[in-house]
Design a protein around this ligand. Structure first.
Ligand SMILES: CCCCCCCCCCCCCC(=O)SCCNC(=O)CCNC(=O)[C@H](O)C(C)(C)COP(=O)(O)OP(=O)(O)OC[C@H]1O[C@@H](n2cnc3c(N)ncnc32)[C@H](O)[C@@H]1OP(=O)(O)O
Length: 434
């Protein structure tokens, strides 16, 4: 699957039928594997010439619990922030991308559609829609100047992109205003020319100009140093197509018809009072979500404006459902997912994989397992081929039982200019980045 982790979907259709309760949790395994990978990389003398110069946790400091938690560098006066953009190689120029403009949005869409994240086998590539990009890039208080492109001077062709959006993120007890950095992309023909570090420095400069000094981001690659590492899980909704396009394989001793039967879901949802979220639900959903997210080590600090933007349903972008008690009308549970298709590369029969990604879910009355089963049912009704979820928050409690299978890659979470003493488990993460 074209996850940012480079994972290629469900290795075995039957994998999730063999739960092993005594095995170490996925999160423990992830952290051990990461530490091992970092040690191997250091032993090989691998360096991160750019990241070693940045205020991020460094590999050499892993395990040093004497370092204080919090900002690595103090803010500098805005007047001391570099006023001019960083130099680009001579043939290129900066452009601030006005995502409101249909023309500019189409240019960004085309760059990403052809050059953004692929899985390790180059079978799938993320295909964020234009509506999705407009949603992702224009949350409350967004800065146009943080939507940054690079053009070829002569042809004006857009060849690189990076974005930030502002967010309040709580790290343990501290709410920190940060930039969420995403959509870093360099055209395939311009790779390995050290353009990415310039893009990152330029977005950093523009974030600093708004007096913001921290950032959060995720990547499939290991960089100095993840604050958490998690894994995608995939729930087949349309197993035949997933197998046909090579996203998943028929399990051992499984036939296609048995596989289809295995993943069959009821026609309609089962929880009484389960319905689509509406504008008037924003205050109640905000209360429910804030209370729920308070238990995690790292989570967004959502207010009503954020909830209105990020969670009110938007056709083909984000879906949100809640459970309102049929008697009291009290809102007791909530679930949501966003729409992120992937292009299927070089398949004669199919061009797009329709994927739903689990977003924020809260259960107080309806068991989470039942709530998520209803989410699967509505995703199936909406014709999604697969439902993906990270092992963050309490997701581990339903993944195996609801027949999700583990993906084969990892997603790493990072903070810029904020040290945490020890990596947090995926289950302590209350943050989902797009
Ligand atoms: C206070 C505010 C702060 C704001 C900023 C916060 C930080 C934000 C950080 C960005 C968060 C982005 C979140 C997302 O969007 S994650 C999605 C990233 N995009 C893709 O994977 C799309 C396909 N790939 C590409 O377009 C290119 O391969 C990219 C652009 C990724 C690298 O281009 P290229 O392959 O041509 O390489 P280079 O020669 O120019 O540069 C090589 C250097 O770049 C480091 N590198 C490679 N990949 C990543 C990566 N995903 N995050 C951070 N750094 C990365 C690499 O370790 C090396 O540094 P070092 O190892 O030598 O030190």
């Amino acid at each position: 699957m074209a996850d940012r982790n480079g994972s290629t979907g469900v290795p075995e259709e039957t994998q999730n039928l063999m739960p092993n309760e005594n095995a170490p949790s996925e999160s423990d395994v992830s952290l051990d594997l990461l530490a091992q990978k970092v040690q191997e990389s250091l032993a090989l003398g691998n360096r991160h010439k750019f990241w070693e110069t940045q205020p991020v946790g460094q590999f050499k400091d892993i395990g040093d619990t004497s370092l204080p938690e919090g900002p690595i560098e103090p803010p500098t006066p805005i007047s001391e922030v570099k006023q001019e953009p960083y130099n680009l190689p001579n043939l290129y120029e900066w452009v601030t991308c006005d995502i409101d403009s249909e023309e500019m949005c189409a240019e960004v869409y085309n760059l990403l559609t052809n050059n953004y994240v692929e899985d390790d086998e180059n079978m799938f590539r993320f295909n964020y829609s234009k509506e999705f990009l407009r949603w992702a890039l224009r949350p409350p208080g967004y800065f146009k100047s943080w939507h940054i492109g690079v053009r070829v001077k002569s042809s004006k062709k857009l060849v690189a992109f990076i974005t930030g959006v502002p967010a309040r993120i709580r790290v343990r007890d501290n709410v920190v205003t940060m930039a969420e950095v995403n959509f870093l992309c360099v055209h395939k023909k311009l790779r390995s020319k050290r353009l990415a570090p310039v893009m990152i420095k330029e977005v950093t400069r523009r974030v600093h100009l708004e007096n913001i000094w921290q950032a959060a981001y995720t990547a499939g690659v290991v960089l100095p140093t993840p604050v958490s590492t998690c894994q995608y899980w995939h729930r087949s909704l349309n197993p035949k197509k997933l197998i046909d396009v090579g996203f998943s394989r028929l399990g051992a001793r499984m036939t296609m018809s048995r596989t289809i039967k295995l993943y069959k879901l009821p026609e309609s949802t089962v929880t009484p009072g389960f319905r689509k979220m509406e504008p008037h639900d924003v205050p109640a959903v905000t209360r429910l979500l804030r209370e729920y997210l308070s238990q995690f080590a790292i989570a967004p600090d959502f207010d009503e404006n954020d909830v209105e933007h990020w969670l009110l349903p938007k056709e083909n972008v984000v879906d949100s459902f809640l459970v309102a008690s049929p008697e009291t009308h009290e809102i007791t549970d909530f679930c949501s997912f966003y729409t992120l298709p992937s292009s299927i590369l070089g398949n004669p029969n199919y061009s797009t994989l329709k994927a739903a990604y689990s977003y924020y879910n809260v259960s107080t009355k309806t068991p989470l397992l039942q709530l998520m089963n209803d989410a699967l049912i509505v995703a199936k009704q909406k014709d999604f081929d697969v439902f993906n979820a990270l092992d963050v928050m309490q997701n581990e409690s339903f993944l195996k039982e609801l027949k999700f299978g583990p993906g084969d890659g990892k997603l790493h979470y990072y903070l810029y200019n904020y040290r945490i003493r020890q990596a947090v488990l995926a289950s302590e993460l209350g943050l989902v980045l797009l």
